[in-house]
Design a protein around this ligand. Sequence first.
Ligand SMILES: *[C@@H]1O[C@H](CO)[C@@H](O)[C@H](O)[C@H]1NC(C)=O
Ligand SMILES: *[C@@H]1O[C@H](CO)[C@@H](O)[C@H](O)[C@H]1NC(C)=O
Ligand SMILES: *[C@@H]1O[C@H](CO)[C@@H](O)[C@H](O)[C@H]1NC(C)=O
Length: 355
Amino acid sequence: MLYEIVFFFCLVGLRNLGNTCFMNSILQCLSNTPELRDYCLRNIHRSDLNSTCQTNVALMEEFAKLTQSLWTSVNNEAISPSDFRNQIQRYAPKFMGCNQQDAQEFLRSLLDGLHNEVNRVTVRPKVSAEDFDHLSDDEKGRRMWNMYLEREDSKVVDLFVGQLKSSLTCTACGFRSTVFEPFWDLSVPIAKSSGEVTLKDCMKLFTKEDVLDGDERPTCNRCKAKRKCTKRFSIQKFPQILVLHLKRFSDSNNRASKLSTYVNFPLKELDLRDFASESSERAVYNLYAVSNHTGNALGGHYTAYCRNPALGEWYSYNDSRVSPMSSSQVRSNNAYVLFYELATPSNSKYQTCRL
Ligand SMILES: *[C@@H]1O[C@H](CO)[C@@H](O)[C@H](O)[C@H]1NC(C)=O
Ligand SMILES: *[C@@H]1O[C@H](CO)[C@@H](O)[C@H](O)[C@H]1NC(C)=O
Ligand SMILES: *[C@@H]1O[C@H](CO)[C@@H](O)[C@H](O)[C@H]1NC(C)=O
């Protein structure tokens, strides 16, 4: 295959087009996601782009072109992402202009846009109002996931989407109900501490039991009345690529303030089994990219550091500059979006047979 011959090491920077470091940082993290990179390099996206059903499919094409340029460039000169930017701006006008944007919001919009263009589902079935409440939690989770795939099914979903379970328990009658929702990334609160915290502390906070009271009281299906309930999250299905967004900004719209707590996260073997709905699921991840935000809530600068999939070494991407770095520098109090990959090929219980 041609791409294996013209295969370089992606140590190519991206030009800053005026406050586009948020975009460059995320693009470098994505281009170092091996399965997504290969999807673009092998032009597999082309067969997924169904021109008969989609009228505007230029975002995926530009994303793939950019990824190809990054991985097949023969010199180390920085590339301009302007063609790509024109497309993402058409898709999400919010990213118009030169304002400093939030890298995590940008990532969500981008993945959503790419997914919509390469969705294998061309005609979404109507949502059926089936009642799964008589089923076991796992069976219900599985059916909800399959229903999701009937509407949203793409390479992007294969890689990035997991499923979250939330359990609500009524404090009056003890009735427990469960809700399953797909997630594209997890926004993890930062545990309060004067010193450093661990990523597990933050995950514990994310999955800790919450009390819904006052105006937040949900309706209990057994009491048929609004009741004080407890709510708890757990991960039902782990994605191949787990994106963890550390909630450093108290409000992502106002960006009122930024927490610069040092979050200690493992580069290898992040084991999330404690947060799984079912303890048997394998959930060990290795880190391969980080989007770093330096500065404060009002302004700052994004860089990325990525472990090169071919070389296994870490590199820092600061717009057009790419430089080697030591893995000991990867953790800092500015790490903002973490990209983890499942350590073993996913043998998920949900794996479907697709021809
Ligand atoms: C697009 O989808 C239609 C209907 O599902 C199919 O018949 C056609 O072959 C597809 N076109 C491409 C280019 O894959
Ligand atoms: C991440 O941010 C920290 C704090 O400003 C900085 O010292 C470090 O160099 C940055 N890392 C990279 C790889 O850009
Ligand atoms: C990124 O590069 C700029 C110069 O373009 C420099 O001022 C800044 O310190 C660099 N930041 C990091 C984190 O390396």
